[in-house]
Design a protein around this ligand. Sequence first.
Ligand code: ADP
Ligand code: MG
Length: 254
Amino acid sequence: MNEPIVSARSVRKSFGHVEVLKGIDMDVHAGEVACLLGPSGSGKSTFLRCINHLEKIDGGQLWVHGERIGYRRIGDRLRELKEHETSRQRASVGMVFQQFNLFPHRTALENVIEGPMVVQRRPKAEVVEEGMALLERVGLAEKRNHYPGQLSGGQQQRVAIARALALKPSVMLFDEPTSALDPELVGEVLDVMVQLAASGMTMIVVTHEMGFAKEVGDVVHFMADGCLVESGDPCQVLEDPREARTQAFLSKVL
Ligand code: ADP
Ligand code: MG
């Protein structure tokens, strides 16, 4: 098997005296869609935030595309990156949040091209063309000049996906991307994610959408209380879980 795109080894994270991640081991391979399930408070968001430099881990190691998160290799030594040096690594990880997090005073297209222009300092003409192609891909080319407030939740989330893709990440993280949406808008966002998975994107998706996990997921990881309790084929984990904690959770949500 090829080297994983994302690799977690004994990842630990505490907030004060509370240990929120108690040694997570996980590999996500190229093109894989890994769905992360678990009760509220089990550490799913924190785990994603660690992969995207939004939180710093206290122990263990995180690797993205062969690079250790937060470190740079110099010869055969690893040196810890300073905060202002993390943007290149951060750009290799796209993240989509429950609450869209678009810039309210920028249009759909401006939201999408902001990263390439600011982080990568690329010329506007070049990134506008790519930005339009991305909006096209999420079905929103005609909304390019609309502000977030003029778009539905589903449309805003599709812009957020296009924006995350603009930096050409090697992995996309989704943290409950449809949880804040009215039910009738969930489908259009899942459709974009299905398309993205089919294009070969490596994805880690925190979701309560069991249908998505079963149909699109290559693997389901079940987390509880800061631990990875069980991982496996989506149908096996969702229909015939081995662990009591997984069974208890699924009996409540299914
Ligand atoms: P999940 O996404 O699975 O619901 P989270 O990762 O959001 O879980 O949270 C795991 C635990 O960490 C919760 O108990 C939460 O209250 C706590 N937590 C998360 N972020 C912080 C923070 N910035 N400061 C203190 N506690 C936090
Ligand atoms: Mg969460």
